[in-house]
Design a protein around this ligand. Structure first.
Ligand code: GUN
Ligand code: FE
Length: 422
């Protein structure tokens, strides 16, 4: 039922730097997993139905390692502000509205319709601090066919009254209630612990989240060292902590045995960089958000050289676009500015490296995801790049460059997630 073959021009990363390409080749799906890429279809697969995508590109589905579902409604607004003012003036008032389930339903449906049309197949998602709204978002995402990790946000300080949680005990009780409700409820949707960031979370809240993590072995997502003013604020809130990253680590919420993704990581101190590396933190690089909020440029080359797993995030609404093709294009662009203006030893990202970040790099947070080698989960998109005006008769990597920089959702013709077409 779930077994078939896709025929077309195939491209995926085998390593950070290398693309595998195959023109007029077969990609076999068995039980939701890739059985490999073949120039000639092996005898044992000849009985499978063939989906003919001749002349089109077959690529791994893209992975958004960091996105805020409730912020979709106001993306592109307030972009003349920096992080803390933008949170205060735009984010917190909007997120407060998600107390209202009817409002939440409309807003979340718009967000999901957008990502369903686009190239992303998996996302790691912030909801809001509200339990009913978060469960609703998870129900809607489950129905979408996409695969996601979703977090009820924890925030018990430094936000206005309708949004801030009453105290640590309330936040923790809500988190436990949410987890009771969603555990075992879905096939494609799973919970992830989500302390918003250190300024939003008291020490008591962080302590309690660490206990929940220990009990339930959940993954963790948060923000780290995004903006210089934010980092100074964290230093004043936690004067005895060695770095911003150490503030999560102090509560067992920073990698090691705990799969952890931290958005941004733009301004790591030496101590923080070492801890990110030691604890194998996934860095969600969010270049468009870092441009829009004038946060800075993350040292992605340094992370890659250190063997730190890096993926890409849209960070909607810091970023205005959900597509991870756009994040790849922006990641290449900002890496050139970083090299030119900040560190001439940090070579700009190549196209293959940017494609790696948005597929295998982020995909590794979900397991064997983001490639087509045998055994990988079968997430694939079919892109008709012939529709993009301009030069044709190009090599597959050249065609990929046009897709990364120029395509939009109209060229995404088919989309498969874990072997199921959506
Ligand atoms: N830091 C804390 N909350 C947020 C948020 O919603 N967006 C971004 N970009 N950074 C944050
Ligand atoms: Fe964010």
């Amino acid at each position: 039922m779930n077994n078939f073959t896709l025929f077309g021009d195939i491209c995926y990363n085998t390593t950070e730097r290398t693309l595998a390409t195959a023109t007029g080749a077969y990609l076999v799906c068995l039980d939701g997993k890739s059985a490999g890429v073949f120039d000639f279809l092996p005898e044992q697969y000849k009985h499978l139905p063939v989906i003919d995508c001749r002349g089109q590109l077959i690529l791994p589905g893209l992975v958004d390692l960091h996105v805020h579902a409730p912020q979709y409604s106001y993306r592109s607004l307030g972009m003349d502000l920096e992080l803390i003012d933008w949170l205060t003036l735009h984010t917190f008032p909007e997120e407060a509205r998600f107390e209202d389930l009817a409002y939440a339903k409309l807003a979340y449906e718009q967000f999901i319709a957008d990502i369903r049309r686009g190239p992303n197949t998996r996302s790691v998602v912030f909801a809001t601090r509200h339990v009913p709204g978060t469960v609703l978002l998870m129900d809607l995402l489950e129905d979408s066919g996409l695969i996601t990790m979703v977090g009820k946000v924890n925030m018990d300080r430094h936000a206005p009254a309708p949004l801030v949680e009453h105290d640590a005990a309330t936040s923790l009780a809500d988190t436990r209630a949410w987890l009771r409700e969603v555990t075992g409820r879905y096939k494609r949707t799973s919970p992830i612990l989500t302390p918003r960031f250190i300024p939003s979370c008291s020490d008591a809240l962080m302590e309690g989240l660490g206990e929940i993590q220990q009990e339930l072995s959940l993954p963790v997502q948060s923000h780290l060292s995004e903006n210089q003013g934010e980092i100074t604020w964290v230093e004043s809130l936690r004067p005895h902590t060695m770095s911003y990253g150490h503030a999560y680590h102090a509560h067992g919420l920073f990698g090691g045995d705990v799969p952890t993704v931290m958005a941004h990581c733009v301004w790591p101190s030496e101590d923080e960089f070492s801890l990110i590396k030691k604890q194998k933190i996934w860095v969600a690089h969010c270049p468009q958000s870092n441009i829009n909020l004038a946060s800075g440029i993350a040292p992605v080359r340094r992370y890659l050289e250190a063997g730190v797993p890096v993926g890409l995030g849209s960070d909607v609404a810091g970023g205005a676009h959900t597509s991870i093709f756009r994040a790849m294009s922006d990641a290449i662009g900002v890496s050139k500015l970083y090299w030119r203006l900040m560190d001439q030893t940090a070579a700009p990202l190549t196209l293959a490296e940017a494609f790696y970040l948005g597929t295998l790099g982020g995909g590794s947070f979900f397991g064997q995801v983001g490639g087509f080698a045998a055994g990988f989960e079968f997430d694939a998109i079919v892109v008709d790049d012939r529709e993009i005006p301009g030069k044709h008769n190009l090599t597959i990597p050249e065609r990929l460059a046009r897709v990364v920089h120029l395509s939009d959702e109209r060229q995404i013709k088919r989309k498969f997630v874990r072997g199921v077409e959506i």
